[in-house]
Design a binder for this molecule. Sequence first.
Ligand SMILES: Cc1ncc(COP(=O)(O)O)c(C=O)c1O
Length: 392
Amino acid sequence: MNHHFDEVIDRKNPFSVKWGSLEKLFGSEDVLPMWVADMDFENPEPVLAALRKILDNHVLGYMMPPDSLYEAIIHWQKERHQMILAKEDILFSPGVVPSIGLIIQTFTQVNDAVMIHDPVYTPFSNMIELNQRKCISSTLTIQDNQFKMDFADIEKKMVDQQVKLFILCNPQNPGGRVWSKKELTQLAELCKKHGVLMISDEIHGDLVFQPESFTSLVTLDSSYQDFVLTLSAATKTFNLAGIKLSMVFVQNPKLRDQFIQAQNKIEQSALNTFGYVGTEAAFSEGGPWLSDLMQYLSANLELICTFFDKELPQVRYMKPEGTYLFWFDCSTLGMTDAELADHFAKVGKIGLNAGAAYGPAGSNYMRLNFAAPQSLIEEGLKRIKYAFEQPH
Ligand SMILES: Cc1ncc(COP(=O)(O)O)c(C=O)c1O
């Protein structure tokens, strides 16, 4: 391993979302933040070098996405995910969440029903509700400590509520489930049968632990290209959330034209120079860094699971198949969700995401981000154990 994932980087900058507002978010500055999904690791050197080169040009004018960027994305998607893209299928946007918002606005009407899983990444329901659509959720079941979809419930609600759009998270945040080909096919077939458009949010698609393998939804059957918009980015994979660039892959020309028109209405054609350049460098030269990262994350995950098994055997957890997120059940503490969040912050001095924010089925859970140097993970685990040991 050539990269310094063990190095602890001082990220205590007041404008870092993760490290900057500890007092405000968690009640004190000595809380260890292991919440929002960015990593406490340096970016791949080739990405930093490409960004430095922009500054060396001394002029930051408008930039168009170069052909070499399209080629880097096409190559990455083909080699890693067997997704075949043409240049025109690739649209850019300032983020996956902004893309979700714009897709909701473009392809559904006020009061239309939009479906998600429960629990799932919080901005899905936020985008639905802020755009005055009806949020319909289907609760994920848990079998063998992993999330499973309840297809009977999904189909019933799709029909009863006349669902227009399904927003899928694959791999799944917060549970780290990497959906199987069979599950994805079953879900897509339901959407096809009932005329439901789909968003497949695949931002975590590169962060998958062996022997699991990620399947991009549209690669399962060419007919899925007719009704699936795929969202992806280099930002989660390579820890570049601040460069604010993501991709929308739309193979259906009619949907694509409609989406381009919606982007034009808010002038989203020329985006961030750092986003274009960073994304290209990441996909062209970031492969070796990503292999090392996955080894490091896998070792962190083993450390966490061993710790929980030994030190906190009463706590049920989901071992993620992908993502760097660890989802664990705190119901043995016997607290309300508000008390739980407060307890980990004030007593454990650790900043985690409260499960209840991901939907009603997230109640009693907490989410730990383990993309951090091992020394911080060890410290975080000690704090979690301490929190579990303190009486209410
Ligand atoms: C499932 C999922 N989608 C989207 C995002 C964020 O995407 P963006 O920063 O491009 O809006 C995240 C970040 O954690 C995520 O977990």
